[in-house]
Write a protein that binds this ligand. Structure first.
Ligand code: FES
Ligand SMILES: [Fe+2]
Length: 389
């Protein structure tokens, strides 16, 4: 057993550190206490207070838009399946058979008219109803209608599908995200973007290290020489958004009115400076998006222990951008685009893993934030609200 206080710190002490950090005003704020990303006790606590309560992004609605389309995910060790029913409605279930709970659908995505359990052949329709149970007529009184997949709460915001493990989630996304939707992202029509790339990666870091990394652009000029730094946005142009317990964002305009990062001439939704505006945001706790006039890149992050995380990401494009790509060029165009994001991910992976390995040290200086790292302090405040109450 490790004697490292960051790993073995009792929960009460971790929460005191978190509260202390969150109580400081931003101009005096310091980075998140190291124990938060290493403590085994806090890992369990955040699972109970955050991942079993909050809305967790699973995919985009257009990834499950046809009857039978499904995507599987995991939230706080609950295997989840999101599936489009015959009537076009997207529903979520626990991905475990109602007989003796074998994982029902092992694939990450696909399309199926029905789901048959590999174990004893129980079969479910896309609404989670049991429609076949071999030889169960041998059990007197067995009633198929009493055995169905366990449904989960599902919500959709701006084309993203979220699932909550809570029986009665405490918020509705369209309510709590309304200010952000109305004043910032609504003008882009994200729901109209078409999702064409989906990948999953595993990094050796705490899930919060990726949230930290994604929600500050201070590192971009130093670390993203092969990708995002090529836009040459001066740090002075970045604006951090208002404080909120539901989301955090910062934004900056690309210098050029045309080319990558700018709106296509046929984009009539965006006006003025918004035609070249990049927005990086996080819908708390773990849904990250870089929103551009010509594409969006989203990530949903899951903890896999204190020192490992799993990140599923996707890229979607607005219709006017795709209309310009000849069908026979689409595959190679997408491959090239994916290559760009792969390089950016490689640039970030070293940093995110370095954040985790460096902060493992029981002896550290105090640290501080750059003014455009306000989103990190906002996230710490969110964590304190959810975990210290
Ligand atoms: S566990 Fe699925 S049919 Fe038995
Ligand atoms: Fe980055």
């Amino acid at each position: 057993m490790s004697n490292n206080p960051n790993t073995s710190m009792p929960l009460k002490q971790v929460l005191e550190c978190l509260k202390g950090a969150a109580n400081l005003p931003f101009d005096q704020a310091v980075p998140v206490p190291a124990a938060l990303n290493h403590s085994r006790a806090f890992l369990q606590h955040e699972s109970e207070k955050i991942f079993t309560q909050e809305w967790i992004c699973v995919c985009r609605e257009d990834e499950v838009s046809k009857s039978g389309d499904f995507i599987t995910h995991e939230i706080a060790e609950v295997p989840v399946i999101v599936v489009c029913q015959k009537n076009g409605k997207v529903s979520a279930f626990v991905n475990a058979c109602a007989h003796r709970f074998a994982c029902l659908v092992p694939r990450e995505k696909g399309s199926a008219k029905k789901f048959t359990c590999r174990y004893h052949g129980w079969t479910y329709d896309n609404a989670g109803q049991l429609i076949g149970a071999p030889n169960m007529e041998m059990k007197s009184g067995f009633d198929k209608s009493q055995h169905r997949l366990r449904p989960l709460q599902l919500d959709i915001w701006e084309g993203f599908v979220y699932v909550s493990l809570a029986e009665k989630p405490s918020t509705r996304l369209n309510d709590v995200l309304a200010p952000f939707q109305e004043s910032v992202v609504g003008r882009y029509d994200m729901a109209g973007y078409q999702t064409l790339i989906r990948e999953t990666m595993v990094w050796n870091a705490n899930w919060k290290n990726l949230i930290e990394n994604f929600t500050e652009s201070y590192h971009v000029p130093v670390a993203h020489g092969k990708t995002f730094a090529q836009h040459n946005k001066p740090l002075e142009d970045y604006i951090c958004g208002e404080d909120s317990h539901y989301y955090g964002y910062h934004r900056a305009p690309q210098p050029l009115e045309t080319g990558p990062g700018a709106a296509h001439p046929n984009n009539h939704r965006l006006k003025g400076e918004w035609r070249r505006m990049m927005i990086d945001f996080c819908i708390y706790p773990c849904h990250l998006v870089t929103l551009m006039p010509d594409y969006l890149w989203y990530i949903t992050v899951q903890p896999a222990g204190t020192d490992q995380m799993r990140a599923t990401w996707g890229v979607a494009f607005p219709p006017e951008v795709l209309e310009d790509i000849a069908p026979d060029r689409l595959e190679s165009w997408l491959e090239e685009f994916k290559g760009y994001i792969d390089v950016a991910n490689d640039e970030d992976k070293i940093l995110v893993e370095a954040l985790h390995s460096g902060s493992r040290s029981p002896i550290l200086p105090t640290g501080t934030y750059h003014p455009i790292e306000r989103n990190l302090w906002q996230f710490n405040n969110y964590l304190a609200k959810k975990c210290c109450g």
